[in-house]
Design a binder for this molecule. Structure first.
Ligand code: FES
Ligand SMILES: [Fe+2]
Length: 363
């Protein structure tokens, strides 16, 4: 297990500039978000040939699409003529037609037609294609990576696949059911710090702490040799459980820098992922998955309770903290690092700080 670097005295929170400074944010963009695996969508959202899903990683517009050959592909969402964006939102296409001058690409990204191009000497349709991006199907999810040199997910997050399959053997058969999102008004790191510690749970999330998890057994620890944080807990022992929590325990795997694959007790799969919008703004996505794509009454109950309590409560916290990080009166205090782990522990926050600094501090 990786341990945070030792220093004299208690380890402190990170200097506020890491959350507020645009030049550091520029490095986060280039050194982290453009070089790591990012959740695109669930493969059930791309079930048929021609199904596509477009999104942005900061200023890079991209899309994933299932080809006629059933292969998943990811490409930059930009026309190779004069740069117009090609597709928006999600849907199904037989071919990709640019809205500007109608250049038409096959689902595999090859240019098929460009009006009047036969009049241009030497115009070679076959030499023009959309720019591919690395894509991986991972436990039923679709991830992309803008860095062509990045190792595959199993190397970047060793042991995670096996651990998730142990917790939820049929994870790959799940089907996308529902997603909502919100702008958080905070730096991405403020948001993922908040997700990855439960030191605030008993105070701020009394309903989650009674309805889903068991605070006595909850802990968040580094997992394996990758940049992964694993959250574990028994199912709630309270009589205020949100639903029938029998079966498997609670578990979540946070895959640096921006995705949490989370299982509520009984194997109820849900996700968080975060896409930064600016140094002080981030959009958080909350995904829910079922067995057949419908939202049954249990899932609806959990989605509603989560959104009204845990999700809303965290939104208030992170907005508030972002304002505090800009205060001239803020000095980062010591983190609560408990050698016995447990719920009241910020070792995970120290790990996030270490991983961030490894990526963005001048070497
Ligand atoms: S920019 Fe796409 S066809 Fe002209
Ligand atoms: Fe929280």
């Amino acid at each position: 297990m990786t341990q945070p670097q030792k220093s004299n005295g208690p380890r402190k929170g990170l200097a506020a500039r890491y959350f507020t400074d645009s030049s550091i944010f520029e490095r986060v963009k280039r050194e982290i978000y453009f070089k790591t695996w990012q959740l695109a969508c669930h493969s059930s959202q791309l079930a048929n040939a021609g199904d596509y899903f477009s999104f942005s990683i900061l200023d890079q517009d991209v899309f994933v699409i299932r080809g006629q050959d059933q292969a998943l592909r990811a490409m930059y969402n930009v026309c190779q003529h004069r740069g117009h964006r090609l597709v928006s939102g999600s849907g199904n296409k037989r071919s990709i037609v640019c809205p500007y001058h109608a250049w038409t690409y096959a689902l595999n990204g090859c240019l098929q037609r460009a009006p009047n191009s036969n009049k241009v000497d030497g115009f070679d349709l076959s030499s023009i294609h959309l720019t591919p991006i690395r894509v991986e199907a991972y436990l039923g999810f679709v991830f992309i990576n803008l860095d062509n040199e990045c190792p595959p997910m199993e190397e970047v997050y060793p042991g995670v696949k096996e651990a998730i399959l142990k917790l939820c053997p049929d994870v790959e058969n799940r089907v996308f059911a529902y997603e909502h999102s919100a702008e958080e008004g905070c730096n991405w790191l403020t948001a993922i710090e908040n997700y990855n510690e439960c030191y605030h749970c008993k105070k701020v999330h009394p309903q989650f702490a009674k309805g889903v998890i068991d605070p006595k057994s909850y802990q968040v620890l580094p997992f394996g040799s990758g940049k992964v944080l694993r959250h574990t807990s028994k199912a709630t022992q309270s009589d205020q459980a949100w639903y029938d929590v029998s079966g498997t325990d609670y578990g979540s795997f946070f895959l640096w820098p921006s995705t949490a694959l989370q299982f509520y007790p009984g194997g109820l799969l849900n996700t968080y992922h975060w896409r930064p919008l600016a140094v002080d703004d981030t959009r958080v996505y909350r995904g829910w998955y079922g067995v057949d794509g419908t939202v049954d009454s249990t899932l609806q109950t959990v989605i509603d309770l989560d959104r009204e309590t845990t999700f809303a409560e965290d939104l208030e916290l992170v907005k508030n903290v972002q304002r505090g990080l800009r205060s001239m009166g803020y000095q980062p205090g010591p983190l609560i690092i408990d050698p016995d782990a447990g719920i009241d522990n910020e070792l995970s926050v120290a790990m996030l700080h270490q991983w961030l600094r490894e990526a963005v501090d001048p070497q």
